[in-house]
Design a protein around this ligand. Structure first.
Ligand SMILES: *Cc1c(COP(=O)(O)O)cnc(C)c1O
Length: 396
């Protein structure tokens, strides 16, 4: 941390994004860290080699000055002691689960979790001999009743993937901690700008940096930020598995972070405008957006989060065929997975793997990622979809 530069937590978040902990004077004053690629790090002597645990860089897998600059930037944003980087958001979920679970352990997972998290839990974790149990996102302090002596991890996501259920994070985290479990929260939707899980009693904050931090749909990466107490175990497992993020991609995420605050302001405003517009339509049966006052857990969102990003869902009062006609008619909004980039995207959501948070009883759920385009153009594109849906719904 450069003591001469204004990067204290007292500063506003855009100031902090503009002035990350990296010290330009450590590299001749260049504003951004160089892309340092490398495997071998040379030591000055056998003595230095023997005492390498005291050195910041010892081998490429452990990181380079570029990866370290991103780790430090994320730790500062999350209020964490350390952050590890991994090659995808999904690896930022699997690695901490592997770090804190073993055969015979019990793991509680919120039912509205990102679907590939569930696939990992039901696949690899179950095969390892971990007992996985899903719980209602509205459980709150009631999680205490599900805690068992061998419950080692409670895995959260807030809001829930695709259906956006809000939970009382502090209540769940407190009960989990009392029961001796490590809590992890997938914080991808909010980013550390709108929610800082470690301040609510959560042990690990997980991000798909692929989304808003990257921000341009041109890379994949994940991160896990931790307090001192859990950081060491996390780092140990990362090194045992042998993954880190590529320095070139880290440099792109460092670039993305500089504009994340202003991008999110725009994502938030545009998504709200479109959510309100959709809510007023007769051909939309529901809008699931935590910042809408009509949303069931709106108050829980307001109490805990300082903003909403650009991803939400809405329900079309039609079947799969008409909803497909809606999506196929869009010209600007792309059909594609992932989100958090500059461009708008839509997908039909499949909730068939859920057991508790099963979503709307009728209609077809559409997830919309509102990008940085002009709102009027996005509305005009959605109008094309509504027209095509109406046409597909007409009796032939
Ligand atoms: C996309 C996503 C991930 C996974 O990120 P990838 O980089 O695509 O592997 C994890 N969690 C949530 C909530 C996501 O939306």
């Amino acid at each position: 941390m450069n003591k001469d530069r204004p990067n204290a937590p007292r500063n506003g978040v855009n100031t902090r994004l503009s002035h990350p902990p990296y010290d330009p004077h450590s590299t001749h004053g260049f504003v951004n860290p160089p892309v340092v690629r490398g495997s071998t790090v040379l030591f000055e002597s056998t003595e230095k080699m023997r005492r390498r645990s005291e050195l910041p860089f010892t081998y490429g897998l452990r990181g380079t000055p570029t990866t370290k600059a991103l780790e430090d930037a994320l730790s500062e944003l999350e209020g964490a002691a350390d952050t590890i980087l991994v090659p995808s958001g999904l690896a930022a979920i699997s690695i901490p689960l592997l770090a804190f679970l073993g055969a015979g352990d019990h793991c509680l997972v919120v039912d509205s979790v990102y679907s590939p998290t569930r696939t990992f839990c039901n696949g690899t974790l179950t095969r390892m001999g971990v007992e996985v149990e899903y719980f209602d996102p509205h459980i709150g302090a009631g999680i205490a009743e599900l805690m068992r002596p061998h419950t080692k991890v409670v895995f959260l996501e807030a809001p829930g993937s695709n259906t956006f259920e809000m939970m009382d994070v502090a209540a769940v985290a407190a009960a989990a901690r009392k029961g001796g479990a490590v809590t992890m929260l997938d914080n991808t939707w909010a980013t550390p700008l709108f929610f800082r899980p470690l301040e609510h009693g959560v042990d690990l904050s997980i991000h798909a940096l692929t989304k808003y931090p990257g921000g341009h749909s041109d890379l994949m990466m994940g991160s896990v930020s931790a307090h001192e107490a859990t950081a060491r175990e996390l780092r140990k497992t990362q090194m045992q598995i042998g993954v880190n993020a590529a320095p070139d991609d880290c440099s792109l995420v460092l670039r993305g972070l500089k504009t994340m605050g202003v991008r999110l302001e725009r994502h938030m405003a545009s998504a709200m405008a479109i959510a309100e517009w959709l809510e007023g339509r007769d051909d939309v049966s529901a809008v699931m957006h935590p910042a809408l006052p009509s949303f069931a857990e709106h108050e829980l969102w307001k109490k805990q989060f300082s903003g909403a990003s650009g991803l939400f869902s809405f329900v079309l009062p039609v079947g799969f065929r008409e909803a497909s006609a809606f999506l196929d008619a869009l010209t600007l909004i792309g059909l594609g997975y992932s989100w958090g980039g500059h461009e708008s995207l839509a997908v039909i959501v499949d909730l068939s793997d859920r057991t508790i948070a099963t979503g709307p009883e009728t209609g077809t759920l559409i997830r919309l990622q509102v990008g940085l385009e002009d709102v009027e153009d996005l509305k005009a594109d959605l109008e094309l979809g509504f027209a095509a849906m109406a046409e597909a719904g007409l009796p032939s």
